[in-house]
Ligand binder design. Structure first.
Ligand code: PLP
Length: 368
């Protein structure tokens, strides 16, 4: 590093130059993150120095974390849910598998995940030395529950169902998985990182949460559809005690135990997540989700008009198409099967969709 510090002016101009190299969200159709709600940014700025790794020092911030867990637990039909604010879906999934593994206490543990599972499960299984058994999806890109039954053995410590898959926006048959989990006494983790803040606000929500008796834990990411600042996820457990299976002694902190994976962790995004939920309420969240779903349907209708059929009709605001080309200037992503994938996040407004469809219509292979 430099010997003598530079002036604030030259530093800030350097930083804004770097910021300009970033891609703004305006033509980004591939991301599950979005521009934070203005109230999230305000709340975040108020809690910059807070550290939830030592919650005794930040009692108010710790109360906000409890509030986040309480609100999300209630939203998922279980007011007494345990949980804590993670850094996102990856940490939540790792921690859920740690709990499941600890609960079962078997020698050579395996878990059962759909082929559509997020890559965080690859990381988790590697770290935890757990065998991953993958279940193919049916023609609607949902986990095939018959195969789940076949793959279970006495070393199966967890079944994972996805509520809003990252690639295709599908919800696995969680109700059936819940029955299997109860029947065979296996921990069922629902990865609702994306869908957890979409599904409860739909008119006819698919069942995925603690209302189903087999669901033992849920991951949900406020930093995706919760419009908070980055990074904040939340792991929720039906039974508070299971979370504390992960406790380690923390002798030199203000609290005696911690169950979290990270040590030092900022309270700022947690405050921002609570702020958005409080500020918008269920009514405001329903409006956000309704807007995203309406745009998703409009996008699908428009793409089909130009001759690009959907790969599957999605349960949440992720749309996928048989469309090999991408119009210049747009950022879409491609699924492992090669479908064009577009996430209709809140920053993807109706006018953005219309502009994209206009550019699509000008592709050489579009129907007109
Ligand atoms: C985004 C996502 C994750 C990973 O979340 P991060 O916040 O990126 O760690 C896990 N599962 C699903 C279904 C996701 O959509």
């Amino acid at each position: 590093m430099r010997e003598h510090g530079c002036s604030e002016e030259s530093l800030l101009s350097f930083l804004s130059m770097k910021k300009k190299e970033d891609r703004g969200y305006d033509h980004v159709l591939s991301s599950m993150c979005s521009i934070p709600h203005p109230i999230a940014a305000k709340a975040h700025a108020m809690f910059l120095e807070t550290n939830l790794g030592d919650p005794g020092l930040f009692r108010g911030t710790a109360a906000l974390e409890e509030m986040l867990v309480g609100r999300l637990g209630a939203l998922f039909h279980h007011r007494g849910a345990g949980g804590y604010a993670t850094s996102g879906g990856t940490e939540s999934n790792i921690q859920a598998l740690r709990i499941a593994k600890r609960c079962a206490g078997v020698r050579d543990p395996n878990i059962i995940v759909p082929e559509s599972a997020h890559f965080s499960f690859d990381k988790a299984c590697d770290m935890l030395s757990v065998e991953m058994r993958t279940v193919a999806c049916d023609e609607t890109f949902r986990m095939d529950s018959d195969t789940v039954q076949e793959l279970i053995d006495q070393n199966t410590v967890c079944i994972v169902g996805i509520a809003g898959t990252t690639e295709y926006g599908m919800v696995d048959p969680i109700e059936v998985l819940s029955d299997i989990a109860v029947d065979r006494d296996i921990f069922l983790h629902v990865d609702a990182a994306f869908g957890g803040l979409v599904l409860p606000f739909l008119e006819n929500p698919l069942p995925f949460d603690f209302a189903l008796p087999g669901v033992a834990s849920i991951s949900v990411d406020p930093h995706k559809m919760g419009l908070s600042t980055i990074p904040v996820g939340c792991l929720l457990t039906r039974d508070n005690a299971t979370l504390h299976l992960l406790n380690v002694d923390t002798p030199y902190l203000t609290v005696k135990h911690a169950c979290t994976l990270s040590g030092t962790r900022s309270g700022a995004p947690v405050a921002s997540a609570v702020a958005v939920l409080e500020y918008l309420g269920r009514e405001g969240m329903r409006a956000v989700v309704a807007g995203c779903m309406k745009n998703t349907r409009r996008l699908i209708e428009g793409m089909e008009t130009w001759g690009y059929p959907v790969a599957v009709n999605p349960d949440v605001n992720v749309a996928t198409f048989n469309c090999p080309e991408t119009p210049p200037g747009w950022l879409v992503s491609r699924t492992r099967r090669g479908h064009m994938r577009i996430v209709c996040m809140p920053h993807v407004h109706r006018n953005v969709i219309e502009e994209f469809l206009q550019d699509i219509s000008e592709l050489p292979c579009s129907k007109n």
